[in-house]
Design a protein around this ligand. Structure first.
Ligand code: CO
Length: 134
């Protein structure tokens, strides 16, 4: 069911500092920041040869990463995103096995303009899992 690793997302308290760290210390190619108000984050994409890292900073009130940053003040890995060919088939299979799909269970359009769903971290080794239909 799982395809490629699409991205690893890291929540950060200071996007400018995190961008400088990846760009200047690690020598990575990083995008300009993009505000995604509908997702409550500002994101920078770190482009790697085989995948991406997304640096997420809270945007606005009620950001979905605000509580995470309260528990992890220095930042930390927030979620991991795997590609799937058919997100509805993947959701139905997982739900049929008792896995919890977050939200109302319907895919939303994610940061890359593709349908995404999130799976409860307690069902997947303590890791918030995002599925993205490619
Ligand atoms: Co993501």
């Amino acid at each position: 069911m799982l395809g490629r690793l699409n991205h690893v997302a890291i929540a950060v308290p200071d996007l400018e500092a995190a961008t400088a760290s990846y760009r200047d210390q690690l020598g990575a190619k990083v995008s300009a920041p993009q505000a995604l108000p509908e997702h409550g984050v500002t994101v920078v994409f770190v482009e790697l040869a085989n995948t991406k890292v997304e640096l997420l900073e809270p945007l606005g009130d009620g950001s979905p990463i605000a509580a995470f940053l309260e528990r992890n003040a220095a930042g930390g890995m927030h979620h991991i995103c795997y590609e799937v060919e058919d997100i509805i088939a993947a959701r139905d299979r997982l739900a049929g096995q008792g896995a919890r799909v977050l939200g109302n269970g319907e895919p939303k359009i994610g940061a890359h303009g593709k349908p995404v769903l999130f799976l409860h971290p307690k069902d997947f080794q303590g890791t918030l899992v995002e599925l993205e239909q490619i």
